[in-house]
Design a protein around this ligand. Structure first.
Ligand SMILES: [Zn+2]
Ligand SMILES: [Zn+2]
Length: 155
């Protein structure tokens, strides 16, 4: 079950100020859209969702600033363009199932990173800040239609 993270704008504003940036209306609106969306969004999708924006360049600049301040991160889901999501330390979580046939994306609610991996990482003295797990394969719908097409079933 997907739980929408609510954005901690005080924390966001603190991180931006630490880098000499301000929490503008566009940054606020962008973060609200990312928090509301179950799947990460591309810049084009953000342009469509944000009222009064047609030109993507301010969105690209906004996303770059937010990424620099560790507030959002980008990821690639299969063939689709780069997508954006809230950073893990602001409530984002980035584990997905991506179908190689139909490019459908499903959110993996349970973390795909097992305790054993987390333990091994910390044993190496590595401080884990964020992770993305993108599992590619064939979704059940596509697997079903592949069965129908499967050869060797002549009667
Ligand atoms: Zn599929
Ligand atoms: Zn995870």
């Amino acid at each position: 079950m997907f739980e929408m993270p609510s954005v901690d704008f005080q924390e966001v504003s603190r991180r931006l100020r630490a880098r000499g940036m301000r929490l503008t209306g566009l940054k606020r609106a962008t973060l609200a859209e990312l928090a509301e969306s179950e799947l990460p969004l591309s810049a084009d999708e953000l342009v469509q969702r944000l009222e009064g924006t047609e030109d993507p360049s301010p969105i690209y600049r906004c996303l770059a600033s937010l990424e620099e301040a560790g507030i959002v991160c980008h990821l690639y889901l299969g063939e689709t363009p780069r997508r954006w999501a809230l950073s893990e330390n602001l409530g984002g979580h980035h584990d997905y199932l991506v179908c190689e046939e139909c490019a459908s994306v499903e959110v993996l609610a349970d973390c795909a990173l097992g305790d054993a991996v987390v333990q091994r990482v910390s044993d190496r003295g590595f401080t884990l800040l964020d992770h993305q797990v993108i599992l590619t394969g064939i979704c059940s719908t596509c697997a079903g239609s592949a069965e129908v097409k499967a050869p060797g079933t002549a009667d």
